[in-house]
Design a protein around this ligand. Structure first.
Ligand code: AKG
Ligand code: FE2
Length: 351
């Protein structure tokens, strides 16, 4: 394990910024000669009205079918979509984003009450150190398991800001509702029985919240907020703030994800690619830094229940399209090992 990385990771990126320090070499992801100054184009990611998938909404069958086709096409190409009319009031989303910002603005001493050991995942701090040769991310984060309840470690759920815990509890309930409607709609868009993905995720499918804080960075041309990766989840629900920074790789080009104040970005992880037999794509994405604007995001990772086997759903495997993936369980563990080496793990699930 790179000891210099451990030294750097024992301090928050935020502290370096407050002290006016330049990024150390381990944060530098590319050569100055390859420095990227060209802005990436905005990604035309489809916007999906989740209200059209709710049984209590008045709509025509055609309207629903059209939206399902839009959803399918988004997930086959971009591997993500912007969900609107998801039922979460915009004032709550604003409050939750504000509380998140307030947490990261607390004095270091207060935040450190929830700090993690360098090699631990849950808690406040940086990710565990990657393998030697990998660069570090220009971000601090707070990582908490929120579901199932018995897997929560509430000692590291911040008590400050005052409403943090209550808001996170409430956000978790709302996320459960969103995952149900999204999982069912994805199944319907593929002409599958609506519970087929929910059954694979299982009753005790995990939800983990990752609060990302990307401080300003003087060298956005050579330092990344989060390295390129695909998620090891089933899928991930991202609440962005108003600062752009998340980018998606498509056809070897990086596209910036637009910020839409009341939308949730739903992004496929490798396990949905496996369950759909490769039809939905788990996109490679990264976060860039900005000289003047700091950014926060809240990602909720929705992952199949521990030790539960998942694989391509029956309806998507037939003679013309044999299984591309085999059955796997606890895929996210292998994913993490590869992630730390800067690699994708999806090939381990190929038949
Ligand atoms: O900050 C973001 O918008 C994305 C974060 C992300 O990709 C992750 O936490 O896996
Ligand atoms: Fe991600």
């Amino acid at each position: 394990m790179a000891s210099l990385a451990n030294v750097l990771l024992s301090r928050r990126v935020q502290e370096m910024v407050i002290n006016g320090e330049e990024p150390e070499s381990l944060y530098i992801c590319r050569d100055e000669n390859e420095a990227q100054n060209v802005p990436s184009p905005l990604a035309p990611i489809p916007i999906i009205d989740l209200n059209l998938f709710s049984s209590s909404t008045t709509k025509t069958e055609e309207e629903e079918e059209e939206e399902l086709q839009k959803l399918k096409s988004a997930l086959c190409s971009w591997g993500c979509f912007q969900a609107i009319n998801h039922g979460i009031p915009s004032c709550f989303l604003d409050e939750f984003r504000q509380v998140t910002r307030e947490f990261f603005q607390l004095p270091m001493e207060e935040k450190n009450k929830y700090c993690k050991g360098i090699e631990e995942v849950e808690g406040y701090g940086g990710d565990p150190s990657p393998e030697e040769g990998q660069f570090l991310d220009w971000q601090d984060r707070l990582f908490l398991t929120v579901y199932p309840h018995d897997l929560r470690d509430t000692k590291i759920w911040p008590q400050n800001p005052k409403s943090f815990r209550e808001d996170l509890e409430s956000y978790t309930c709302k996320m459960r509702i969103v995952t149900e409607i999204v999982s069912k709609s994805m199944a319907k868009s593929l002409q599958l029985e609506e519970h087929c993905f929910l059954n694979q995720f299982g009753e005790r499918a995990a939800m983990q919240a990752r609060f990302n804080y990307y401080p300003c960075c003087q060298r956005p041309d050579i330092v990344l907020g989060l390295k390129p990766h695909a998620d090891g989840t089933g899928y991930t629900i991202i609440l962005q703030d108003e600062v752009e920074g998340l980018q998606i790789l498509r056809n070897q080009q990086w596209f910036t994800v637009p910020t839409l104040p009341n939308a949730l970005l739903i992004l496929m992880g490798d396990q949905m690619e496996i369950m759909t037999n490769g039809i939905f794509k788990s996109p490679v994405h990264r976060v860039v830094t900005d000289r003047e604007k700091e950014r926060t995001s809240i990602a909720v990772f929705y992952t199949p229940e521990k030790h539960k086997e998942i694989g391509p759903v029956d309806g998507l495997v037939h003679e013309e399209r044999p299984a591309v993936f085999k059955k796997v369980k606890d895929y996210e563990i292998t994913h993490w090992e590869y992630y730390q080496r800067g690699m994708r793990a999806l090939h381990i699930a190929h038949v």
